[in-house]
Design a protein around this ligand. Structure first.
Ligand SMILES: NC(=O)C1=CN([C@@H]2O[C@H](COP(=O)(O)OP(=O)(O)OC[C@H]3O[C@@H](n4cnc5c(N)ncnc54)[C@H](OP(=O)(O)O)[C@@H]3O)[C@@H](O)[C@H]2O)C=CC1
Ligand SMILES: O=C(CO)COP(=O)(O)O
Length: 320
């Protein structure tokens, strides 16, 4: 299977580096200056400094060239997926499109698979998700991820083709569960970072992770997901990683909120838009998602940390 990775950020570059161990890979980025610098230095200095690009990895800013491959990994932020697909519609027709982003689209409440289906009804969509930091993958450290695809035969082919020396893939047909797990864990990571940043301690974080997981399940099951998917790598696995590591940008944003410090708005933090999208979706579906709602309040500055904490603690007592 000939593969190209579209999006030369941290994750796209890391995936391309790992996949290059299987055979030739093309990595596409939209910024021709950045791509030229990558071609010259053979590293991605802004996103993954110090990690050399392997020989079999071709880097290009020519999308027509990159989309010669039948299988395209889409490693752009969730809120940018639709524009990439719709602006380059003709080049993506009939391709196998593997979304590598984690989030829910702000204006529609849709996940990546549904966005691909809307933009390109004749494409074959799949999702690569689960606990992994780009820096770990790029350095060859071992990771286990979920490959979600409704079509079982295609899912098996992708699982085989995208497994690498350091990425072990598990397979599921439950794309709804896989994409909601990956999207919602980022919202919980913001909440956990805020609690730790504000000095509320590890017990409070454990409470948020557990009740956050209950919220993730509530939304996912209401959308038709399987509970096993939420308990797997794409849900519980990624929740654990993202809520407990300072390498996570979502967690870092939470830490800044907790510390009362500004955060660089240019950093990709998927959980911010996703919290707003999920909060609106939960309201429409009459689902109780208090942590997500509180994160939106913190992001919008309509709640202080103290108010947010008091509000969550004062909720009516209930069975677990
Ligand atoms: N980093 C990680 O550890 C992991 C990330 N992910 C997921 O991967 C996705 C991408 O994240 P990540 O790579 O880290 O983010 P980065 O911020 O490192 O990179 C994002 C990339 O997307 C490009 N991009 C943005 N908008 C467009 C567009 N309209 N068309 C084409 N390219 C565009 C950016 O280009 P430019 O620089 O020109 O703006 C940049 O190269 C996210 O959904 C994230 O959740 C998943 C697992 C791990
Ligand atoms: O998705 C990730 C880990 O699985 C990366 O997390 P951040 O986007 O918070 O850095």
């Amino acid at each position: 299977m000939i593969v190209s990775v579209l999006g030369s950020g941290a994750f796209g570059t890391a995936l391309a580096i790992s996949l290059a161990g299987n055979g030739p890979v093309t990595l596409w980025g939209r910024n021709s200056d950045q791509i030229r610098a990558m071609q010259d230095s053979r590293q991605n200095e802004s996103r993954l400094p110090g990690v050399p690009l392997p020989e079999g990895l071709k880097v290009t800013s020519d999308l027509a060239d990159a989309t010669q491959s039948q299988t395209l990994l889409l490693a752009v932020p969730m809120q940018k997926l639709r524009v990439l697909l719709s602006e380059n519609h003709a080049m993506f027709k009939g391709k196998t499109l593997v979304a590598c982003c984690k989030g829910i689209e702000l204006n529609t409440g849709l996940g990546p698979i549904a966005v691909i289906r809307e933009c390109l009804p004749d494409a074959q969509p799949a999702l690569l998700t689960g606990p992994s930091f780009a820096a770990d993958i790029a350095r060859g450290l071992p990771t286990a991820l979920t490959l979600a695809c409704c079509d079982e035969a295609l899912g098996r082919d992708l699982q085989q083709a995208l497994t690498t020396a350091n990425i072990r893939l598990y397979r599921t047909q439950d794309t709804v569960g896989a994409e909601l797990g990956g999207a919602l864990k980022n919202v919980m990571a913001i909440a956990c970072g805020a609690v730790i940043g504000a000095g509320m301690g590890d017990s409070a974080r454990a409470a948020l992770m557990t009740r956050g997981y209950a919220e993730m399940q509530r939304m996912a099951l209401a959308c038709g997901a399987q509970p096993e998917t939420l308990a797997g790598l794409s849900g519980f696995g990624d929740l654990t990683l993202t809520c407990s590591s300072e390498l996570s940008r979502n967690y870092q944003l939470g830490l800044s909120i907790g510390h009362g410090r500004a955060f660089d708005p240019s950093v990709t933090v998927e959980g911010a838009a996703t919290a707003r999208a999920v909060d609106a979706k939960a309201r429409a579906m009459l689902l109780d998602m208090p942590i997500t709602h509180t994160v939106v309040g913190l992001l919008d500055h309509s709640l202080t940390i103290a108010q947010a904490t008091a509000q969550l603690l004062a909720r009516p007592l209930k069975e677990e």
